[in-house]
Structures are given as C-alpha cells and as structure tokens.
Design a protein around this ligand. Sequence first.
Ligand SMILES: Nc1ncnc2c1ncn2[C@@H]1O[C@H](COP(=O)(O)OP(=O)(O)O)[C@@H](O)[C@H]1O
Ligand SMILES: [Mg+2]
Length: 256
Amino acid sequence: MNTLAISTNKGGVLKTSLTTNLAGVLSENKKILIIDTDNQGNVLVSFGMNPDSVETTLYDVLMGAAPVEQAIVNVHPNIDVIPSNDNMSFLEFDVLKDSERFKKPFDLLKQAAGHLKNQYDLILVDTPPNLGLVQGNVLSFVDEVLIPFQPEGYSMRSLVKILEFIEEFKEEINPSLKIRGIVGTLVDSRTTLHSEVLQQCRKYCMENNVPVYETIIPRSIRFASSVAYEGKPATLTSKRNSLVQAYFELAEEVFE
Ligand SMILES: Nc1ncnc2c1ncn2[C@@H]1O[C@H](COP(=O)(O)OP(=O)(O)O)[C@@H](O)[C@H]1O
Ligand SMILES: [Mg+2]
C-alpha cells in the first residue's frame, strides 16, 4: 500500500487528527504527502497555516487549471501537503454542470495526481464528511481506507452502511480498494456505552473480516486543546502524553 484515505461519512470523528498525527509519526523515516480533499482546509491549519493564503489548491488541480506540482506545499521535513479550502465546495457543481468536459467525474484525482504515487513512500488522503463526488474521487484513487469509528448510540448502523458502501464502490468502480481497518476514536473508556458499542463493532467486524485496531484514540479535551496552539500535529511536538502515545501505538498497528 502507498495510498491510504481516512474516510467516513461523519464529521468531528478525528479524520483530520488521524491524518496529520499519523503523518507526524511516519515522517520520521518516510516521505509523506497529505492530500486534503475537505473544503474546511484543516490539514494546513493543523500545521499552523492559513488555507486561504495559498495560491493553488486541489480545486484548481481537479478543474484542470493547474498542474498538481504547483499546489504542493512543504509543511515539515518529509511532509508535503496538497491543500484545499472553501473553493472545494464548488467542485461538485462545477463538474456536474459540465458533463461534456468531465466525462469521468470520479477519475479527476487519479488523472491529476496518479503519477505522484511513486514519488512518496505514503500518500494520506483526508476527506470530507460525506459521500459525494469528492469522496468518489478519493476512493477511486487510493488503495486502502482507514475508517474512524466514534462509539455512540447509532454508530453501528452507520458503520454497517459505510462498510457496505465501500464494498459496492469496490465492486463497481475500484476493484483494488481495500479496507485497511477501523479505529475507535474519541473513546471514553469509563463510559459503559462506549465500551459496549466498541464491543459490538469488534464482533461485527470480526464476523465480516474487517480488522479493528486494539489501539483507540481516547477522548481528551485537555490534551487536544493543549496542542491546538502550537501549529503542529501533537505527534510532532515534544509532548508525550497519553494521546500522543496512542497515535504512536496506532501507527505501529496500522503500518506494521
Ligand atoms: N483526543 C481528542 N479528544 C477530544 N477532542 C479532540 C481530540 N482530538 C481532536 N479533538 C478535537 O475534535 C475536533 C474534531 O477533530 P477533527 O480531527 O477535525 O475531526 P474530523 O476531521 O473528522 O472532522 C477538533 O476540534 C479537534 O480539536
Ligand atoms: Mg476534518
């Protein structure tokens, strides 16, 4: 594998935190590219930059207005980013209204950035919280998907749906797509509901041959906010709290 999307149809479940912190861990000995496909532009924000200040974004690249190289921003030794910002929210409309020009609307990312795959050890793709045109481009482009799972009352139903969605996408559009695994996020292990729902998740996934990692990312308002002002993902700071520890352990499990 050298392309991994962090995807699910929900917001606020640590997609961006996972993407940037795993990049932080792996950049120690790997050359990493992060492609931000979410119009919130939070990948650059995580590295202390303003996504509205960049000249070329993924939107321009996907619309064919700029070569992908022009959009690459180096944010840390061994970490490059292709940023998105609010322009990205126009992509779906702009592509769908011009079906003459965009004959294969799910192939835009693949066509524009496919050649980057052999220039990086790993490409991580951060995604928006829905399953539209952008997500379709991501799932056509990547080899594997990492799915964050926040254990709440209705989470199982939604997980089953996303797993079925990816299975269908694989059958119809990208036969080489694989689910790398599921990671529990924002987990409060003292909460009985969280433990129960995580148990259900592990049971369901075992029966369906989907890996679920032992490592969970704990909910931690204190640690999450303590790193928010440093302009770097927590794993690139000198902090070694339980949250940072969890990302290091997760990286080992996912990329062993
Ligand atoms: N371990 C944590 N515990 C609690 N809140 C967190 C934690 N890690 C990150 N957060 C906060 O949760 C919010 C959502 O995280 P984010 O990674 O942006 O999710 P997504 O990309 O799925 O929308 C952010 O405001 C972030 O600061
Ligand atoms: Mg995000």
